[in-house]
Design a protein. Structure first.
Length: 94
């Protein structure tokens, strides 16, 4: 299953992407749950920041992850029913 991720604001920089890369596609297994997508997003963040001392930093304290207007942390046990995810900063103007 292919899922498109769209980055709003400057969130792409948290994941090691250039400011002009506003979207990308990730691959998940068929019948994945939203928690699988969240885990893939977290892994991507950790890989991009492996040389930095981030300690117990939780990326989900600074971004909101949505699909079809729904916050993924609230529906993480549901199967993915919309193959587009939006990552937005929690701080206005991000």
């Amino acid at each position: 299953m292919k899922v498109k991720i769209k980055y709003l604001g400057r969130t792409m920089e948290l994941f090691g992407l250039s400011p002009d890369q506003k979207e990308e596609t990730i691959s998940l297994r068929q019948k994945s749950l939203y928690k699988d997508a969240l885990e893939k997003i977290k892994e991507k963040f950790l890989r991009a920041n492996k040389n930095k001392d981030i300690g117990k930093y939780d990326i989900f304290n600074d971004i909101a992850v949505f699909s079809k207007g729904r916050i993924l942390r609230n529906i993480k046990e549901r199967p993915i029913d919309h193959p587009e995810i939006i990552i937005a900063p929690l701080i206005a103007g991000g």
